[in-house]
Design a protein around this ligand. Structure first.
Ligand code: PRT
Ligand code: ZN
Length: 285
């Protein structure tokens, strides 16, 4: 099988979760400091460690076949890459922020103003969409200090908790895009490489759905089995085993993280007891 070259961030906010995802997907590899690349021992994948901003270009140039970057970088770079999978980590948003003391009246406020950003393409598209004319001042780091030093009237930067904006006397006024880590791939991969990529995506999905679900075990009176099954149907249907105590059963199923607490309350109201919730390592439907 031919080797798929996948690029991940060398160091920074995406690195740890990217490595974790690859490891949880069963890839075994060494990743020493200052290593430029490494070969998985048990899967036809070579991992390249690069700056995140460079990854889309490397994919377009066929130096890498796939890569993990923030969606913000994917959109900004506009390279010939396909977004093949959202990865559910490094969630953030790219937002416009202005000094807290300013009175924001809507996007029209930005007319004629100067916006500092590391994302000129995304900002230009945003302004065009809203028919606003503003100057764009491209800077590569510490964007949040630009208004304070008189370099710009507003900024467009990544926001996660909002505390960086706050400590720089800024307030968030528009969300331009939402972002998370994404898996990119070259649009026309050779069939052999595509096969490896599909296998990898299959494994990523098993890891992701395991994260979003929990294994649940509970005891319930037999007459509650149907109602409980309706609430937690599991992957096909729950496993039901009789308890030593007559009239009672043990029911095993899978429950989604998102509506977990609501469902637990419902199960309790149906008479469920001794509820155990256990993490799932991999989940394959
Ligand atoms: O060296 P290299 O170029 O590879 O890395 P980098 O410095 O460009 O990127 P890095 O590691 O900072 O971020 C990589 C990716 O993580 C980004 O492209 C985003 O997709 C994603 N991400 C998620 C974030 C954040 N959260 C984040 N909070 N990237 C940056 N930030 C910064 C932001 O720039 C601002 O300075 O954190 C600050 C805001 O955070 P809050 O929590 O104060 O709002
Ligand atoms: Zn970067």
């Amino acid at each position: 099988m031919s080797t798929l070259r996948i690029a991940i961030q060398k160091s920074g906010r995406l690195q740890e979760d990217s490595l974790k995802l690859l490891k949880e997907s069963g890839l075994s590899f060494s990743n020493g400091r200052d290593q430029l690349k490494t070969q998985a021992r048990n899967f036809p994948v070579e991992i390249l460690f690069l700056r995140d901003d460079d990854i889309p270009q490397y994919i377009e140039d066929n130096v890498a076949d796939a890569g993990i970057v923030g969606e913000n970088v994917f959109i900004e770079k506009q390279k010939k890459n396909d977004l093949v999978k959202r990865l559910d980590f490094a969630k953030c948003r790219l937002s416009i922020a202005i000094p807290r003391s300013e009175n924001y009246t809507g996007v029209g406020y930005l007319e004629g103003k100067n916006i500092a950003t590391s994302y000129p393409v995304i900002v230009r598209n945003f302004l065009a969409k809203h028919g606003v004319k503003a100057g764009i001042h491209e800077i590569s780091g510490s964007v949040e200090i630009a208004p304070g030093i008189g370099l710009a009237d507003a900024i467009c930067d990544i926001v996660s908790t909002g505390s960086t904006l706050m400590s720089n006397g800024l307030k968030e006024v528009e969300t331009v895009i939402q972002s998370e880590a994404v898996l990119l791939a070259a649009p026309r991969l050779a069939a052999e490489k595509k096969k490896v990529l599909d296998k990898l995506i299959f494994r990523f999905e098993a890891v992701q759905s395991a994260k979003n679900n929990k294994y649940i075990l509970l005891n319930c009176p037999n007459e509650a089995i149907q109602k409980i099954t309706d609430v937690i149907p599991g992957m096909k249907s729950p496993t039901i085993m009789p308890l030593g105590r007559p009239g009672w059963s043990s029911l095993h199923s899978v429950v989604n993280e998102n509506d977990f607490w609501e469902k637990i309350d419902l199960l309790k109201s149906f008479g469920a007891e001794g509820i155990l919730v256990i993490p799932i390592e991999k989940m394959i439907a």
